[in-house]
Design a binder for this molecule. Structure first.
Ligand SMILES: NC(=O)c1ccc[n+]([C@@H]2O[C@H](COP(=O)([O-])OP(=O)(O)OC[C@H]3O[C@@H](n4cnc5c(N)ncnc54)[C@H](O)[C@@H]3O)[C@@H](O)[C@H]2O)c1
Length: 352
């Protein structure tokens, strides 16, 4: 973010200090032009650890208390997924710009209400679609936009995660809203046409509330076809590419885009660094939230900086648009419906 020394730091409140909230805290706690002014989490240990590390003056056990105390210019919501919609509404009602981790909501109708509320209040609302800020994914997008791949024919997206993480997510969020929502967003960004038809299958293996695998076939209005896969069965022995102090395991994500003239692919496990540790092998992911010299960099830092620039300018994000987030929810909803019913779902064109 460019700024002059006379500009006041943006006072940020951060809700949720779990695996991912701690990463946002690390990015925001060291960001020029930002001040981590308040944090909230019902877990007192997390409040003390993060609060002391980044010298945060406001520490609250609840979101209500944090908003009620005032003195904030923006909030980051990094709480469990079922809380997102309600907390986003509350923050917008306080006139605060909102950075909201995915998903926006669990239904397109609820998502539309929140986007409309943000527009009415005139506050920026940005979703945590961190892959749009990742260099590799942005290069593929530029390649497509420049026409070098030609018209897109086929896309394949996979996001499989460590089995050990599933107990934490399997009772609180359908995998389509947790993992595939990133890939749905990438598909919208790359294909540039609405999805018109969805077929899907899901499997429940672990006996938790939500399925631990879901596969979908998506047809787009311009003829492109996408295959989407997510499951939570990566074993503990797989090379670890997520290596934060509180969170270790593997995101096995791949993407392939085939156009009439060229193709592009990304494999998240193809990192440049390999660490053979005594007890496990690691291939640290270096694009998304790498830590070096005690600072978080990469796409996560870039998305946080971008949001704060939007707050400063009073504008909505042009990179991670709320309209695409809504369209992604419509597709996610259709995937769950198709997987549950076993029938294809036709999607009407999005509202103009
Ligand atoms: N973009 C990505 O790649 C990515 C990766 C991981 C997680 N996430 C997202 O980040 C969010 C958090 O996920 P996580 O893995 O950190 O979960 P987590 O379970 O590790 O952490 C959630 C934290 O929220 C706290 N919390 C619970 N209720 C709260 C409340 N009412 N107010 C404030 N805090 C509350 C919990 O005590 C916990 O510390 C989710 O939306 C998830 O989808 C995004």
């Amino acid at each position: 973010m460019t700024e002059t020394t006379t500009e006041r730091a943006i006072r940020v409140g951060l809700a949720g200090l779990g695996r991912f909230g701690k990463l946002h805290a690390a990015a925001l706690g060291a960001m020029p032009g930002a001040r981590l002014a308040a944090i909230c989490d019902p877990n007192p240990d997390a409040l003390a650890t993060v609060g002391d590390r980044y010298d945060v003056p406001g520490r609250f056990a609840s979101f209500d208390a944090m908003l009620g105390a005032g003195g904030l210019d923006a909030v980051f919501i990094v709480t469990p997924e079922p809380l997102h919609a309600g907390q986003a509404r509350q923050a917008i009602a306080h006139g605060l710009p909102v950075f909201l981790e995915k998903p926006l909501a669990f239904s397109a109708a609820e998502g539309a209400e929140i986007v409309a509320a943000a527009e009415l209040a005139g506050v920026p609302l940005q979703l945590g679609f961190v892959l749009r800020f990742d260099t590799q994914h942005a290069i593929v997008r530029d390649e497509i936009a420049a026409g070098r791949l030609g018209p897109l024919v086929s896309l394949r997206v996979k996001r499989n995660c460590s089995r050990a993480w599933f107990p934490d997510y399997g009772d609180r969020v359908h995998p389509v809203y947790e993992t595939s929502i990133h890939d749905i967003d990438l598909l919208l960004w790359y294909v540039g046409a609405p999805c018109v038809r969805v077929q899907a299958v899901e499997r429940r293996v672990s006996g938790l509330r939500y399925p631990d695998g879901c596969w979908a076939l998506l047809e787009f209005a311009n003829g492109a076809v996408a295959m989407l896969e997510t499951s939570w069965f990566v074993p503990d022995g797989a090379p670890a590419n997520v290596l934060t102090p509180d969170w270790r395991g593997t995101i096995d994500a791949e993407l392939e885009v085939v156009g009439q003239r060229g193709s592009a692919r990304i494999r998240l496990l193809d990192g440049g660094v390999a660490l053979w540790r005594p007890d496990y092998t690691a291939v640290p992911e270096i694009g998304l939230w790498p830590e070096a010299h005690g600072q978080i960099g990469g796409a996560l830092r870039a998305e946080d900086e971008h949001f704060l620039a939007c707050v400063r300018n009073g504008q909505s994000s042009t990179i991670a648009s709320a309209a695409d987030a809504l369209e992604g929810l419509r597709i996610a909803e259709a995937i769950v419906e198709a997987a549950t019913s076993g029938q294809p779902v036709d999607l009407a064109p999005p509202a103009a």
